[in-house]
Design a protein around this ligand. Structure first.
Ligand SMILES: [Cu+2]
Length: 151
């Protein structure tokens, strides 16, 4: 037991020194974002490092039905015209309000969820920049938006 503990301590030291690489097996960093009936995200600013694995867990804490107050989380490329994206999204119910014509602007997205449901999106953080994220459910993006800042 003593020997094992010593070995674990050594591993920790090696890890700190950067000589032991376990990054391939590392779990993604999890970020929980709530969404509510008032059309608000619980998190509107995220910071991350390029190349990092992120797992965004969207949690709908509202009570209104999905058809009236569904939410999703859509991360877009820097400079995306949010208004144009949201306009196209309004008629894209079948694809969780991610319009096919604008798919090239989407970095990551979750499905649309109703009350008490969760959805997630796991992705590799892209190059440095300011990435806007929105809920693209019709009429929500003006209130439900934030920024992922990658350094
Ligand atoms: Cu929403």
């Amino acid at each position: 037991m003593k020997k094992l503990r010593a070995r674990l301590a050594l591993a920790a030291v090696l890890c700190a020194a950067g000589t032991l690489h376990l990054s391939a097996a590392a779990a993604p960093r999890e970020i929980e974002i709530t969404a509510n009936d008032q059309m608000k995200f619980g998190v509107t600013a995220i910071e991350a490092k390029a190349g990092e694995q992120l797992k965004v867990v969207l949690k709908n804490i509202g009570t209104l039905p999905k058809e009236a107050m569904g939410h999703n989380w859509v991360l877009l490329k820097p400079g995306t015209d949010l208004n144009a994206f949201a306009m196209a999204a309004m008629t894209a119910k079948d694809t969780d309000y991610v319009p096919a014509a604008h798919k090239d602007k989407v970095v990551a997205s979750t499905k649309v969820i109703g009350p008490k449901q969760t959805a997630e999106a796991t992705f590799t953080v892209p190059a440095a920049g300011e990435y806007p994220f929105i809920c693209s459910f019709p009429g929500h993006y003006m209130l439900m938006k934030g920024t992922l800042t990658v350094k």
